[in-house]
Design a protein around this ligand. Structure first.
Ligand code: NI
Length: 253
């Protein structure tokens, strides 16, 4: 049994096809998933999807760093309201994205405000970190003590594993671990303790091999899990069991 810790089931590439996507996930052994909010609209949509599938799909409420230029007080207040009212399993995705060109200062302000929200609600964090590892580390070390933290689509390489481990982070591994050019991620996976590992699709993005080029969906977390098991030198069954247990513990399921 597998647990996809990060998917975007509200995305138009998946949401017209919900029954088929879930049936295929089940055929691939993917029983539980967390659908992720990135703003006030997708967080509301994620909550509705989770409400239709209790015990199978859970959701988060978040404010994605790439969207900060669009976030005013109204949008942020709406996100806070959804977080308080829809019983999400975490606040996220939140964080910093220095790859896309949006206001970095404002990203930090929104990120810190979302950490405060998580503290008020005693919820874990799902972190988006793209080319911003040092600043992510700095903000988390300063503001997120006492909170559970999941590094979504971990990409900071082996050299950051120890530092994020010190903060108590869980590391979520996505499709790039299967890519030909994914060696630095595979090196990181070798360093991450088994009790801190989970897997995700980030579907509809980041489709793993051998499906690369097609739409991603939760079923395909199986390919990522197979590669992670190979890197860790353990059986697929053991990897599936451990990562599912870790995910359940992290999200309080
Ligand atoms: Ni995502």
């Amino acid at each position: 049994m597998l647990f996809d810790t990060h998917c975007h089931l509200d995305d138009e590439r998946l949401n017209g096809d919900e029954a088929a996507v879930l049936k295929k996930a089940e055929e691939f052994g993917v029983i539980t998933m967390v659908t992720i909010g990135t703003d006030e609209k997708t967080s509301a949509a994620a909550a509705e999807i989770a409400a239709r599938h209790p015990g199978k799909i859970y959701h988060t409420v978040g404010a994605h760093p790439s969207d900060v230029d669009r976030f005013g007080e109204t949008e942020l207040a709406e996100i806070e309201k959804l977080a308080g009212e829809t019983k999400p399993k975490a606040i996220g995705e939140i964080g910093l994205d220095y790859y896309h060109d949006s206001n970095r200062q404002k990203q930090v302000v929104v990120f810190e405000r979302m950490i405060t929200l998580a503290k008020e609600l005693s919820l874990p964090l799902v972190i988006h970190d793209r080319d911003a590892h040092e600043d992510i580390y700095r903000v988390l070390a300063a503001k997120a003590t006492g909170l559970k933290i999941l590094m979504h689509c971990y990409s900071a390489g082996a050299e950051f594993v120890d530092r994020f481990k010190e903060l108590g982070c869980v590391f979520s591994i996505a499709g790039p671990v299967t890519f030909k050019n994914g060696q630095s991620l595979r090196d990181a996976v070798s360093k991450i303790p088994l009790d801190r590992l989970v897997v995700e699709t980030d579907s509809p993005y980041l489709t793993p091999e051998p499906k690369r080029g097609k739409r991603n969906e939760p079923a395909y977390v199986k390919y990522t899990a197979e590669k992670v098991a190979e890197v860790k030198g353990i059986s697929f069954e053991e990897l599936a069991d451990k990562t599912t247990q870790n995910a359940k513990k992290f999200f309080n399921i």
